[in-house]
Design a protein around this ligand. Structure first.
Ligand SMILES: *Cc1c(COP(=O)(O)O)cnc(C)c1O
Length: 413
């Protein structure tokens, strides 16, 4: 059987990601990888989770090993509302406003399925989160890409693009804007209060909704907490995505959608068609963990660990690159990523060949561009390498940039 002849349009479009191909060599023990955006496994509360799961399986097997409700475990949904109130002061919600998903990735997939057709538009930042791009791409929709500035998306440009769509009679096809308001992946930036207000105002004016993805909000090292757009705009305009992946552990695959209850019901129907329900065991495990321990307390040493690594990387970047003209990088107040931009004319995808030889790995900016254009930026993740390797890795990166520059100097100057 030649399966290829039988593929659907989507089947034909599915291709291995650039990241996978680039990071294939990053597991070499001499390699230093700033590539993977996964949390440090030493931060997972393994002992606590092991004890709870043993108890649950022994005492509640009829529930935790059984099928469960599509919307998700009631106790877990209550704990999540509690956390949202404690952390952001968000109140006035009930369990009906909460859907548990299999990671935020499933939430993105369900939103794509429920809202996007081939003739729909969504608005996305450039650079954008790869998981969102791959979920939305399965719908073959049109999109409006809006560049990121230091404090959020370029809202002036967004308005210009929307005006054009309005003039062409296409504005009703715009369904939503997707934003990561805190410690953006990959760009490391945080949306300012003004940008958040402005996005809300534009969404109200042009009548589309906002998908606010906030996996890193609780991983703030410094600066002042900013209200989520959800808190400003409410459930009629904003859908808030959360996940335990970066604050507890990604292996439980627990994501959360917070939104209008009719929307939650619709997304639950789509979830039922996809997976019937999330694993009851994982949900009870998370709910019990939240009941017995204080997640925000657990996060304090985790935040310290990431902050220290971030400071070491910023220090190393300053040492190696501060006198290289045209090089800049973001200084994140939280999260896991630094976004570095090299002078115009650099192509970080092409440069990755040299990086591979020097055994330092990063993700080229091109991987995060909605239209896949070339990029002179790259994503550096500081969460995984030990501290001394961060310093060494940045030194190697400097060598890579120099070699690339010398090879290309006729083109670059
Ligand atoms: C890591 C990450 C997630 C988490 O996805 P899960 O499917 O919950 O593991 C979601 N959004 C962004 C922007 C991320 O960086």
């Amino acid at each position: 059987m030649n399966y290829g002849e039988k593929y659907s349009k989507l089947g034909n479009a599915l291709e291995p990601s650039l990241i996978g191909q680039i990071l294939k060599y990053a597991s070499d023990p001499d390699a230093i990888s700033f590539g993977g955006g996964v949390p440090d496994a030493s931060t997972f509360p393994a002992k606590e989770l092991a004890d709870i799961s043993r108890e649950l399986i022994l005492n509640e097997s009829g529930y935790v090993l059984q099928y469960s409700s599509t919307e998700g475990d009631l106790g877990l949904r209550k704990e999540i509302l509690n956390l949202l109130y404690r952390f952001y002061g968000i109140k006035g919600l009930t369990e009906e406003n909460v859907l548990i998903t299999i990671g935020s990735q499933q939430a993105l997939d369900l939103i794509a399925k429920v809202f996007l057709d081939e003739r729909s538009y969504y608005i996305i930042d450039d650079p954008a989160y790869l998981g969102a791009l791959s979920a939305f791409n399965t719908r073959f929709s049109e999109f409006v890409a809006v560049p990121l500035l230091g404090d959020g998306i370029n809202t002036d440009l967004l308005e210009e693009k929307l005006k054009i769509l309005e003039k062409n009679g296409e504005i009703r096809k715009v369904k939503f804007i997707y934003v990561i308001s805190n410690f953006h992946n990959p760009a490391g930036i945080t949306f300012s209060p003004d940008r958040r207000e402005k996005i809300l105002e534009i969404a109200e004016r042009y009548n589309f909704f906002i998908v606010e993805d906030d996996p890193y909000g609780a991983l703030r090292f410094e600066g002042k907490k900013v209200d989520p757009i959800f808190k400003l705009g409410g459930q009629k305009r904003v859908v808030l995505l959360n996940t335990f992946s970066k604050v507890l552990c990604p292996g439980l695959r627990i994501g959360v959608v917070i939104g209008d209850k009719d929307l939650i019901k619709k997304l639950a129907l789509a979830k039922e068609a996809a997976v019937l329900c999330s694993p009851a065991l994982n949900q009870r495990l998370a709910a019990e963990y939240l009941k017995r321990y204080d997640l925000l307390e657990h996060l304090k040493p985790v935040i310290n660990l990431y902050k220290r690594k971030k400071d070491i990387m910023l220090e190393a970047l300053k040492k190696e690159f501060s006198n290289v003209e045209g090089v800049k990088w973001t200084k994140p107040e939280g999260g896991l990523f630094i976004w570095m931009t090299l002078p115009n004319g650099f192509d970080t995808m092409e440069m990755a060949e040299i990086a591979k030889k020097k055994k330092v790995f990063y993700v080229p900016g091109q991987a995060f561009r909605p239209s896949g254009e070339r990029s002179n930026s790259l994503r550096l993740s500081f969460c995984l390498p030990p501290e001394e390797k961060i310093v060494k890795g940045v030194k190697r990166l400097k060598e890579v940039v120099e070699i690339y520059f010398n090879q290309k100097s006729n083109v670059l100057i």
